[in-house]
Every structure is written in C-alpha cells, then in structure tokens.
Write a protein that binds this ligand. Structure first.
Ligand SMILES: [Fe+2]
Length: 350
C-alpha cells in the first residue's frame, strides 16, 4: 500500500522539522508549508489525505486554512495543533470540520494515534458515502426494472383481455371487433361524461369482458339459429351472474364486475338479472349499455341489418329514461358522429 501523505503547516521552523521527522520515520510522505496560504496551495495541488496545521500563523491562520481546505475537499482529514492557552480556537476548529486537535508541546505517540485515527475516519466517511451512492443507484435501477416489468405486465394483461374479448365475440355475435368498437365508444362517452381516469380502466375491463359469463351458456342455446324458448331465455339471462362469479375472485379483474354483472339492467328497472333502477345501476354499466346498443344497431349481425348512425342515434334518444340513463344519452348525443366513425374505422384495422 502507498504511504499516506501528510501536509505539515507551521510557521515555526523547529516545530516543522520535528513533525517532519516524526512522520517521515513512521512511514509517511511529507509536504511542508510555512503558513496557511502556502499550505492551501500545496493542498490544492497534492490533495493530501491528512494535514496537520498550527493555528496562529502569519498571512493565513489555521482556522482560515481549515475552512478553505475543507471547501476544496470535504473529506480532508485535518488535525489542529494548538497551545494550552488556545483551547477555545481548537473547539472552534472542530466546528469547522477539523478531525482532531493536539496540544503543544507535541507528544509523538499522541500525534501518531491522532493521525491514524483521522485517516481511518476519513476512509470510513468516504466508504459510507460511496455505499450510499451505490445504494441509491441500485434503488434507482430496481425501480426502473420494476416499472418496466409492470408496464410489460400491463401490456400482456391488456392483450390477454383483448384476445379474450374477441374470442367471446367470435363465439357469440359472429362479428369481429365488436368488443373493440364498444370499447372505443364507451371510453369516448365516459371521457365526455367526466368519468375519472381510474374508473376508465375498470370500464375498459368491463367492456372487454362483459359477456364472459356466456362461457357458461350451452352452445345449443347460445348458437341456436332460431328464436329461444322462454326456458332457454331464462338460462341465457344467467350469463351476467355467471360472469360475475367467474371474475369477482380474481383481484385484477374485480374492477370489471359492475359492467359484467349489470350490463343488461335498464334505467326503468325492466332489465336483468336484478331489475336495478336508475342510479342503482353502476355508471359504467349505464354507459356500456348505450355503446353496446349503438354498435348492435349499426353493425350487420346474422339476423339484423345495420341501420345508419343517424337512425341509431334517434332510436337511442327515443329510449332515454326507459332503457337508458337520460344523462348518458345526452352525453352520447353531444359527441359528433365523425368521432364514432373514426373509432369504428380504427377498430377494423389489424
Ligand atoms: Fe350480455
């Protein structure tokens, strides 16, 4: 290991020589200065880890030197030499960052112990700071990794939901992209209606999964070409309950429950499964109902031809306050048709 370097600053030549001799014979490399200013110049160039300085000196005294040196290098280990009559200055110097002070006349052993201790303390301070920097960097990296993983998880999860949504579409309605269009319409109505951001996420999930309960409906009923018998309708109408039971225990899907469970409720209480009325129906489900009906009317289905956007708007307007929440209908009608056309066009893109 390199010998540590010590800077000796004292205006008294005899003291300088003695200190020089002590440090030299104990394996230190020495720099010697006659006053604070000279010492500071040497300090600036050599950056010695250890400095021993007298207090009372011409040109620049020890405390001034100490302040200036600590500004250049906050890790500098500096020991103050002081006479018995000047303990006050010594204590002052500790406040300004001196590592220790030693009373004159100098006791060799005491000086060497103080020097070693000051160097050790300096090392510890540097190590601690480096450790802190490393720690902060690691925390930063970990946070970044976590963010990336979270985003990836969100993407994967969204893709899974979309895949599930379109799988459900294909099985039931027989039209591609039903979920994607209703998703676009619902979001656009919800935003215009002033639904806050976190509720939009729940709404999105709910839209994509609204008919997930149809998984539990037998194909003979779900895919029946002709009209359903009253008994078959009864079974068909259990799909919101089935869907709710399917997803309510999955924490990251729980936000979808209101739409899954309540998307067939009607404003006037004639819907199912519970016959909820008005505001008892979750807002997300009331918004979905308008978007879903709009898409059902304006897109060809196996047993019904599409009608124009304008005709569908009129029909939805007619059903405000019976089938639909009139406030949601008002929001829906305030959105220009061109926006819905955009959404529809985009939903057909791959
Ligand atoms: Fe449904």
């Amino acid at each position: 290991m390199d010998k540590p370097q010590v800077l000796i600053v004292d205006d008294d030549r005899r003291v300088r020589d003695v200190l020089h001799e002590i440090f030299l014979s104990n394996g230190y490399k020495c720099l010697v200065a006659q006053n604070g200013r000279e010492g500071l110049e040497m300090f600036g160039t050599a950056r010695p880890p250890l400095t021993v300085t007298d207090v009372k000196m011409p040109v620049m005294d020890g405390v001034e030197f100490l302040k200036a040196a600590r500004q250049k290098d906050p890790d500098a280990a500096i020991i103050i030499l002081t006479g018995v009559g000047d303990v006050k200055t010594a204590i002052e110097s500790l406040k300004h960052g001196a590592h220790d002070f030693i009373l004159k006349p100098v006791n060799v052993e005491e000086l060497l112990i103080a020097a070693e201790r000051a160097l050790e303390r300096r090392e510890l301070l540097i190590e601690r700071r480096e450790y802190q920097v490393t720690l902060e960097r690691r925390v930063e990296e970990a946070t970044r990794d976590l963010d990336a993983a979270y985003t990836k998880l969100q993407d994967t999860y969204r893709a899974t939901l979309e895949a599930l949504g379109s799988a459900l579409d294909t099985r039931d309605v027989g039209t591609q992209s039903h979920s994607r269009r209703v998703h676009g319409y619902s979001l656009s109505i919800a935003r215009t209606h002033g639904v806050p951001g976190h509720q939009l996420e729940d709404l999105e999930q709910g839209v994509l999964l609204h008919d997930i309960g149809k998984i539990g409906i037998p194909d003979a009923i779900l895919l029946k070409p002709g009209p359903l018998t009253p008994e078959e309708w009864k079974i068909m109408r259990t799909h919101p309950e089935i869907g709710k039971r399917l997803i309510e225990r999955i924490p990251f899907l729980r936000g979808a429950v209101p739409v899954v469970w309540c998307h067939h409720e009607r404003w006037d209480g004639t819907g199912y499964p519970r016959g909820l009325r008005r505001e008892a129906i979750p807002l997300a489900a009331r918004i979905f109902a308008v978007a879903d009906a709009f898409d059902a009317m304006t897109f060809d289905r196996p047993y019904s031809r599409a009608i124009s956007f304008a005709a569908a708007r009129t029909e939805i307007h007619r059903c405000a306050a019976t089938h639909f929440d009139p406030a949601v209908v008002a929001t829906f009608l305030s959105i220009p048709e061109s926006l819905f056309e955009d959404i529809r066009r985009r939903s057909l893109e791959p």
